[in-house]
Design a protein around this ligand. Sequence first.
Ligand code: 3HC
Length: 691
Amino acid sequence: MVRQEISGGVAVLTLAHPPVNALGAALRAGLDAALAEATRDEAVRAIVIAAEGRVFVAGADIGEFGKPPRPPMLPEVLARIEASPKPVVAAIGGAALGGGLELALACHARVVGPGARLGLPEIKLGLIPGAGGTQRLPRLVGPEAAFALMLGGEPLEAGKALALGLADALEPGDLVAAARVQALRLAEAGSWSRERAERLDPGARAGFEAAAAEALRRSPDSPNVAALADAVRAGFDLPFGEALAVERARFLALLDDPRAKALRYAFFAEREAARVPGLSRDTPRRPIRKAAVIGAGTMGGGIAMCFAQAGIPVTVIEAEEPALARGLDRIRALYAASRARGSLSAEAEAERLGLIGGAIGLERAGEADIVVEAAFEDMAVKTGIFATLDRVARPGAILATNTSYLDLDAIAAATARPQDVIGLHFFSPANVMRLVEVVRGAATAPDVLATGLDLARRLGKLPVTVGVCFGFVGNRMLARRSAAAERLLLEGALPHAVDAAIRDFGFRMGPFAMADLAGLDIGWRTRKATGGVAPVADALCAQGRFGQKTGRGFYRYPEGARAGERDPEVEALIEAESARRGIARRAFAPEEIVARLMYPMVNEGARILEEGIAARPGDIDTIWLNGYNWPAWRGGPLHWADTIGLAAVAADLARFADASGDADLAPAPLLARLAAQGAGFASLAGPAGPA
Ligand code: 3HC
């Protein structure tokens, strides 16, 4: 696991623990032993720690968290590196994250390659650095800069790390050779034993405290932001060794926090979602060099921007010139806004615009390796387009639809090549949202699915494979939540109370504010096409209240207001609707609102698993975490249901079904079975990671 080569007075210890050199027990022990040996060996004057593969070290082994500790622990190994009688230099070619960067910080110098990325992302796992990061980083780059890095969790590129003093040298050529030279230089100068300050400079305290206060103001309930601030603060108040102990204690306490467990679950669920039944690394892929997008609306434009960002030339196709011009103008305006914000350089803007072309008529899709249809959500429109694409697309081209509800197999049946048809359900705004539901039709060929997944990753997206059903995974579950929210209105809750309960649960927006933002007419149109009913929303739409865009929806939006205000007219309408149906209104506590909205979603998730529409509970949770802003620290709806206990969820659902007479609310067979067994969704073949 650790290769050791000695030449010219330098021992190069190469970590070789694929895929990412995570610092599990065996690697820690191997490194510890190799260090001890190099320290003993008189032929060795200096030590370099390098790594095999494209990642230097991805950090502690997250899979070990929550299990009994297996010595040597990382802080001990790092203490020995720091105290080494021979200088130790880290040679970092790729990502050095979490414990990986902490390892590098314990070394006496860091030489980085151009591909290095240095960061402490523990905050994203609900943790804080636990192997000296909160002490060694502030001493190296200053408390304020260090706090900002640990709070953001985003890694720094090599050049920025060098500018900050986190890296000592940037070597574009032979990294290990450069690290050897550096190590020998330190040994020769005898000055490698960097004098580490016992305490942080009191002069830097005010700046740090201001940053910490701001961070706590923004995240008042976050346990790890407070712990991070406390750990850094300990560096001012206590000697190094004691401050390290404060950090470690806070880190270990956070490991057991259910919020951190949920984030770890999500980490592994996301990676597990990449393993798709029936596909392997050897599944052939089709080359994608050129793309076409059908439809220049908001969705089509956003998808075209994704292709351009990935460097793939794309033609946006419309039926008529004005619609095309409007669509291309919208893309230009979005790029201009990004440039004005400073998030896009003029050069990148020109490059992307250069990759986006416009054309009239489906015939122009003939050269594309992939065509993504993002036209009006209507089966006749879609089958018409696919029938034409079948005629004009080149043989072997992938024909994708961005439909969010419709039957992919029916769309594929409009072609004579259903094996080439796939769903790529982007979320709005497509150029921003990370999730793509990749829909596998009954006839979709494995190489088409594999290519679709690879392409989504190339576009910077997180693809999750789903099967064909109305609304696929995300929207099918969302429909349950929307129906439950409508029912609550009729039974006595008001929109602001429902939204407040859902915000308190952790969503950024409640369902009614969300509906107002998206436009009530969208759901109305779908309901009309599919025979759905939502008494309150339908009545609002009938009055032309389509949400924010008309200034009125579930809330009213006075000129210039960003947040909606309660509207007595809407509340009167809701109460009248209850009365008309003979429903006696009553009050609902926030917890009851959450249960009423979320349990039916969980139930639908169980049905989705039973039907094989999603391969694992983790896939469903990944979809909700990345497409619907489910609060990350709750781990997704199914993980959350497990934390409550499925027996309690099933019992409540049975009660809801009885009270409403809606049999759909009764526990799905899978949910009932798990509940009866005292098991959770986690007991199904789920994410590989531990609890
Ligand atoms: N522990 C255990 N397994 C890890 C891991 C880690 N820290 N990091 C990655 N892996 C595993 C993944 O689960 C995946 O396994 P799989 O192939 O079986 O699914 C495999 O390594 C490859 O990972 P990715 O698919 O994520 O590979 P990428 O190339 O896309 O990304 C990466 C590489 C940027 C290193 C990314 O894996 C990553 O961000 N890893 C986590 C980094 C992190 O959060 N580190 C902090 C850990 S906490 C810590 O260090 C505490 C310390 O302070 C004491």
